[in-house]
Ligand binder design. Structure first.
Ligand code: BG6
Length: 464
């Protein structure tokens, strides 16, 4: 325990479109998330993102609660459609002010603001500029970054580029990232995002030499379902497309030749302009942030298996002849069917650190559950406390064993709307009183986990 540093960034996370609501307020332009509930795969049983959990209205009260919990850092995203008005680069000053006020309030309480530049909610005007497979996306992203760096550069020490860039390839349709039902070449999208990310890193280093910037993918160790050598090959294959492609490109500046051969084989190849690679090679992150929920277990698919898309970020998929995910019989599951693997958290931390040797920040980890608010205004979420207790213990073991971890910001600081399973899948330390379709009073209640985490932060992990 003594290896945990005094300035360890204990905190929690959210993302703009999942907490803010007020989508027609403050000069925000339309984003892909505003109408996502109209897409064919979106369940009619769950809410949209229009009101979310009212953070845009209640941000001051929320920050006060974060401070009461003792949070030393808060990882939130800035909403691109609140900042940029159009492809011409016009700025929405009201949006700039909203985040400036939020950042100032956090600093007032000595909470380190950690900014995700882009967390899934890109503006609809991106389509006007060719969409996600057009290089103009990278130009627009850089313009947006320039505005943020200029507006908040003196106050923000840690920047995160793109949340879960890898999910644009792994679970894009499930979480609404491929707009208007378009069928895009996902690897082309990934390359454009990698380019955009590299440009953000280079720009940050150029104009904010004291700031630190890193990627924030969703990473997890992959297990082979058996000791059959062929299943280990499937594990290596999954590792490439699920984890390493996205970290190799940003940390080492290259696409693995095995990956390039693989996408040629499945005819989803993309053109690599050598000029892009020059930009990508220059961009060196200062740390790696990643989100961890659970590991993945795989085997080599049977010869007649057909391709299957992932149903969400944690559920698996099949690529014929390459890899196929299966259930791990050794692991328990959450109410929403996500496997729970604290030891896997430690394994993942060790793997990432061994491979890239950069400080690590955990930007998401947590349990989605159907919490119940009692008549006394309490939420007895012992299952969440147990989840955190196990995961944090394993993270502390990883630190003891030499992994350099600088912060832990679980998901989520306060209840929010899940990417595709509504508000009933709650993650927060703070309960927000609303249901899927009844907005009630949006009142905030501290869950039992709030008090548990407060003590943990106060003792710098000692009370675990
Ligand atoms: C991560 C995302 O994939 O997982 C978050 O970065 C998301 O935006 C979180 O909310 C939990 O997933 P879900 O689907 O339960 O909301």
């Amino acid at each position: 325990m003594n290896k945990i540093k005094k300035d360890f960034l204990w905190g929690a996370s959210t993302s703009a479109y999942q907490v803010e609501g007020s989508i027609f307020e403050g000069g925000k332009v339309a984003s892909v998330m505003d109408d996502i509930h109209k897409s064919p795969g979106y369940s009619k049983e769950i809410t949209n993102f229009h009101d979310a959990t009212g953070h845009y209205e209640n941000w001051k009260e929320d920050v006060k609660l974060f401070a009461e919990m003792g949070m030393k850092s808060y990882r939130f995203s800035i909403s691109w459609p609140r900042i940029m008005k159009n492809v011409k680069g016009e700025i929405n000053e009201e949006g700039i002010k909203f985040y400036d006020d939020l950042i100032n309030e956090l600093i007032k309480y000595k909470i380190e603001p950690i900014v995700t530049i882009f967390h899934f909610d890109f503006p609809n005007f991106i389509d006007e500029a060719g969409g996600l497979t057009d290089k103009r996306f990278a130009n627009l992203f850089e313009d947006y970054c320039k505005v943020l760096f200029k507006a908040y550069g003196s106050k923000i020490k840690y920047w995160l580029t793109i949340n879960e860039l890898n999910m644009f390839a792994m679970a894009a349709s499930a979480i609404g990232l491929m707009p208007n039902g378009k069928k895009l070449n996902r690897w082309e999208v990934i390359h454009i995002l990698n380019l955009a990310q590299a440009r953000a890193i280079n720009l940050c280093h150029k104009i904010l030499p004291k700031a630190k910037i890193g990627p924030a993918p969703n990473i997890s160790s992959v297990y082979s379902n058996s000791s059959k050598p062929i299943d280990y090959t499937a594990k290596l294959n999954m590792d490439i497309v699920r984890n390493w492609v996205y970290l190799d490109i940003v940390c080492k500046g290259y696409y693995s030749p095995v990956f390039l051969e693989f996408i040629k084989k499945i005819k989803e190849d993309f053109v690599i302009d050598p000029k892009d690679m020059e930009i990508i090679k220059q961009a060196k992150p200062d740390f790696i942030a990643f989100n961890y929920y659970a590991t993945m277990t795989v085997e080599m698919p049977k010869s007649n298996e057909i391709s299957q898309e992932a149903k969400d970020q944690q559920k698996g998929f099949t690529i014929p002849g390459f890899t196929s995910s299966v259930k791990n019989k050794n692991l328990e599951k959450t109410q929403f069917g996500w496997e729970i693997d604290p030891q896997g958290f430690k394994n993942t931390l060790r793997e990432v650190y061994d491979r890239y040797n950069l400080p690590i920040m955990i930007t998401e980890n947590g349990l989605g559950a159907k919490d119940i608010l009692t008549k006394q205004g309490e939420v007895h979420d012992t299952y969440r406390i147990e989840y955190y207790q196990k995961h944090i213990s394993k993270m502390l073991e990883a630190i003891e064993e030499g992994v350099d971890i600088i912060g832990y910001m679980p998901w989520s600081a306060i209840d929010l709307i899940s990417t595709h399973e509504g508000v009933s899948k709650r993650y927060g330390f703070i309960y927000v009183n609303r249901d899927e379709f009844d907005l009630k009073d949006m009142k905030r209640y501290k869950k039992d986990s709030f008090y548990w985490y407060k003590e943990l932060i106060k003792t710098n992990g000692g009370s675990i």
